[in-house]
Ligand binder design. Sequence first.
Ligand code: PLP
Length: 347
Amino acid sequence: MFTASSPLDLRSDTVTRPTAAMRRAMADAEVGDDVLQDDPTTNRFETIVAERLGKDKALFFPSGTMANQAAIWVLSTPGTEIYVDAESHVVHSEVAGAAALCGVQVRPVRARGLVMTAADLVAHVRTPTADAPEASLVCMENTHNGAGGVVTPLDGLHAIRETAQQLGLPMHLDGARLWNAAAASGTPLEAFAACADTVMVSFSKGLGAPVGACLAGPADVITRARRVRKRFGGGMRQSGVLTAAAHHALTHHLDRLPEDHAAARLLAERVDGVGGAQVVAPQTNIVMIDLPEPSAAAVVARAAERGVRIGQWHPSRVRAVTHLDAPIEAVRPAADILAEVLAEVLA
Ligand SMILES: *Cc1c(COP(=O)(O)O)cnc(C)c1O
């Protein structure tokens, strides 16, 4: 089975490696200079993604982080604040890009439940005064990684959109895992995407491409995003090598996401309650395991010794994520190992 030198890696759905077929698609891609908008593979792919999301245009980015930052740059105004879920990727994992690159202050919205609702947003709205800043943008994340791959259902997203509109604010949707939200809820991608001005989707998470994300939205916004992408250093030349991988991922790996969700449920059921650990019931492919004591480092280390790699989220929470390279037949024995480790460490 797994060993420390040949482990099952559940640290993230970003650890997948391009398959042989994906590498062939990359090698065979017809390419050109994308800064000159001359790469046929990328042009074709961006059109397909825009159609899938029901938006005018889509633009390929080397990373989801850069696409999020470009969206914030285009939609917000320097010297204002943006409303964003306190546990979001924008707040935790983008190295204060909103402040450093876009000149805006983040106003973290504390969710009373697992994810931010319209009522949570309203509770954080403040009227600009001589002291308090104006707001210029609302950002949402779906699925919500930090909450445990939680889906904000369509009506919840609609309510947030309405609140934003009443406030006169545009909305950006970080949909790095919008594919998973759609697969889990049955809601069409474009219905989710219609709730925001811009939407970012990632190809390097569950879909298994080596890199890449798209930002989709109205034509004028995406034209500006293209210029910002260049400013951020994200103008790419023969990017068709990358978009061929992303296209392959979209064509061949989208339909299998429910398998990841089933594997996550299996893992969750196996470890929930062991040694007092509590699992956030997974809706998609992320399993958050809350420990009764701050022993995440010990759990992670002990599991790695036995060939199962998981991540520490914070000192009393660990995270396991299922993906393309972690088939359910491998997750089943890994779940047994994890349960044994939890029982030992939490004894
Ligand atoms: C991974 C992720 C991103 C960033 O994507 P990268 O391509 O890794 O930069 C943004 N938002 C969420 C929710 C993510 O999980």
